[in-house]
Design a protein around this ligand. Structure first.
Ligand code: SAH
Length: 391
């Protein structure tokens, strides 16, 4: 039996109680359940079983998240179903756009007041959603804004999926100029450590990749899970035999520095974490992506490029260099361009495929400093018009 702590509530401070709710998991939502469980849930609510498919077709097939827009449902059914299967999980607080509307960031408030972000990035050939898997993060990487906040809580399956369904709806509305209307990729590079919320992230991946109306019908290959390197969870992921792409946030090729930049390295060392990543590549047949935020005079020395090259040479891996996005008050800065070029040159000379991530969305990163654009590209930053589109 678990005994829950009793939280004293002062009757003198009703406002404080209201505004500082305790973190808690949200109510159940359609996207938490597979199709069979949705059928069971609707019958329990006194509705015919076919409603499960009807709701699913609206939500996953047509990207309709508001039950009032599901006009083929009788009003009485809508009233019955909304609380139990389509509660509002995400309330938009702010929406920001830049890169001439090709990048859009949404700040969400969750039911308990926690805040998370998602980003939609449009390219000429694809649209990518960058989503959060936790509110805050417990990994404490010192250069990352979310890492400074600590962990508030895990997101539920549906809180993850609903970010994607919302962004797919934005893309479908044609709002991402110059891009196809169908969202095709998802990267778990928003807030949080996805592998620290393993069962829910995995279930979210399954829901995103199940064919409609059970899920969103995305290809596993077009989903990237990014991790600091939680080795047991990486091993578990290998055993799932999925085709999702794995990104490993390495940031240093030596334990001395990685112990500081990615504190979880004190537990699982560079050699061990790379071993797990290479095993993932061997199982999935998919190249792993090594993320490396270049930080001026910290991890950008030529000898570190050479060491990284040595570790990755001949492996099914490529390096994705990220110019550091300095967080407010940080002592660190991005590396100068000539230093970055030398780093790239040395890695390529060692035979390691290397790209520099574009700085997409940098202008609207301010509040978080973390949601670097999730796709590798050597494209330049593009237009920098920074427009607030909604409050
Ligand atoms: N926790 C996961 C996923 C979230 S972060 C992970 O660490 O992989 C996605 C990527 O952005 C990670 O590679 C992370 O190290 C990087 N990142 C975080 N803060 C950054 C910053 N200020 N500048 C550049 N990249 C950053």
């Amino acid at each position: 039996m678990t005994i829950l702590p009793v939280i004293p509530i002062s009757p003198d401070q009703p406002d404080a109680v209201q505004t500082r709710r305790r973190p808690s998991m949200p109510p159940r939502h359609l996207a938490d359940l597979d199709l069979a469980a949705r059928r069971a849930a609707v019958t329990e609510l006194g509705e015919p079983a076919f409603r499960a498919k009807q709701l699913s077709t609206h939500y996953f097939g047509r990207l309709v998240r508001d039950i009032d827009e599901m006009t083929d449902l009788p009003a009485a059914s809508r009233a019955r179903l909304t609380d139990d299967l389509l509660p509002t999980l995400l309330t938009p607080m702010r929406e920001l756009a830049c890169d001439d509307g090709a990048t859009r960031k949404t700040l969400w408030r969750l039911h308990d007041g926690a805040l998370v972000e998602s980003v939609l990035m449009g390219y000429p050939d694809r649209v990518t959603a960058c989503v959060s898997s936790q509110a805050g993060c417990g990994m404490a990487c010192p250069f990352c804004a979310t890492g400074q906040q600590g962990l508030t809580r895990n997101l539920s399956i549906a809180e993850i999926v609903d970010q994607v369904v919302y962004l797919a709806g934005v893309a479908a509305s044609g709002a991402v100029t110059g891009s196809p209307p169908r969202l095709s990729r998802v990267v778990f590079m928003g807030m949080g450590e996805p592998l620290a919320n393993y069962p829910r992230v995995l279930a979210a991946v399954r829901r995103l990749t199940a064919p409609a109306p059970e899920g969103l019908g995305l290809s596993q290959r077009h989903i990237t899970v990014s991790t600091v390197g939680l080795v047991p969870a990486m091993r578990r992921l290998i055993a799932e035999q999925l085709n999702v792409t794995l990104a490993l946030s390495l940031h240093a090729p030596d334990d001395d520095l990685r112990d500081e930049l990615v504190p979880v390295n004190q537990r699982w060392k560079v050699a061990e974490v790379l071993d797990a990543a290479f095993d993932y590549a061997a199982q999935s047949g998919r190249r792993i992506s090594i993320e490396y935020a270049l930080i001026r005079d910290v991890n950008d020395q030529p000898w570190r490029a050479d060491l990284l090259g040595k570790l990755l040479r001949g492996k099914l891996a490529h390096v994705n260099l990220i110019p550091l996005n300095p967080t407010p008050g940080s002592k660190w800065d991005a590396s100068p361009k000539p230093v970055e070029r030398e780093f790239v040159h040395r890695l390529r000379a060692a035979g390691v495929a290397t790209t520099v991530r574009d700085t997409r969305g940098r202008e609207i990163d301010g509040a978080c400093g973390q949601l670097a654009a999730g796709e590798l590209s050597e494209a330049s930053a593009g237009g920098a018009a920074d427009a607030e589109v909604a409050q």
